[in-house]
Design a protein around this ligand. Structure first.
Ligand code: ATP
Ligand SMILES: Nc1nc2c(ncn2[C@@H]2O[C@H](COP(=O)(O)O)[C@@H](O)[C@H]2O)c(=O)[nH]1
Length: 207
């Protein structure tokens, strides 16, 4: 069986990458995929659940996991650690299921180096004003945190050209449709199709 594809999705905080990934997952079973649940040392937001949105751990616990080589990638973002567990990803990909990583540019660079077959997508907001509106509209972060995220947005966006695909998330449905098109095209790559259609190809080529 062909391995699943690892899709990296990055964007400045508030551009809408989590919303796009969640909307995409609702289109299953058409799209057979999972979203990776990261570990983080940031505090829990209202409505978030341990093991569902993140695995919330302490700084010493996270540092212990780094020392034990548990992460495929990890980075410090907005003053907190975030990381992707190696074991969870490798197991799921081996079953042919695609995995989505909602991670920052630092993590994306690490994954590209370790897994060249991964595909990366950058999501841009339509404007700085709209990014600010979305962060505020989400209603989950303090003024201080919003200011910090807005200040970091240009640094995150300056890495857009390192990615394979670019989506502007202005009209949500259009951006979602772009995301689906990318997934569909990647699934139609020869490397995936060949092993999937082995039996058919053998029959068609038999003389
Ligand atoms: N196209 C859109 N038009 C208007 N609002 C949007 C659009 N896309 C997302 N939003 C809203 O913007 C807010 C931020 O979206 P979301 O939480 O998905 O961003 P994010 O990029 O995942 O942020 P973070 O990196 O902080 O997790 C949410 O309230 C979401 O509903
Ligand atoms: N390098 C990684 N970045 C990650 C991971 N999980 C999330 N993130 C990024 O952190 C910021 C902030 O997320 P928030 O949930 O606190 O708003 C955002 O850009 C995420 O993409 C990870 O495992 N590794």
């Amino acid at each position: 069986m062909a391995q699943g594809t690892l899709f990296i999705v990055s964007a400045p905080s508030g551009a809408g990458k989590s919303s796009l990934i969640q909307a995409l997952l609702k289109t299953q079973p058409l799209y057979d995929m999972q979203v990776s649940v990261s570990h983080t040392t940031r505090s829990v937001r209202p409505g978030e659940a341990h093991g569902e949105h993140y695995f919330f751990v302490s700084r010493p616990e996270f540092e212990q996991m780094i020392a034990e080589g548990d992460f495929l990638e990890h980075a410090e973002v907005f003053g907190n650690y975030y990381g992707t567990s190696r074991a969870a990803i490798e197991q799921v990909l081996s079953t042919g299921v695609d995995v989505f990583l909602d991670i920052d540019w630092q993590g994306a660079q690490q994954i590209r180096q370790k897994m060249p077959a991964s595909r990366s997508i950058f999501v841009l907001p339509p404007s700085t004003e709209e990014l600010d509106r979305r962060l505020r509209g989400r209603g989950q972060d303090s003024e201080e945190i919003i200011a910090r995220r807005m200040a970091q947005a240009v640094a995150e966006m300056s890495h857009y050209a390192e990615y394979d695909y670019l989506i502007v998330n202005d009209d949500f449905d259009l951006a979602l449709s772009d995301l689906k098109t990318i997934i569909r095209a990647e699934r139609l790559r020869m490397s995936r199709q060949k092993s999937r259609h082995d039996a058919l190809i053998s029959k068609l080529l038999a003389v």
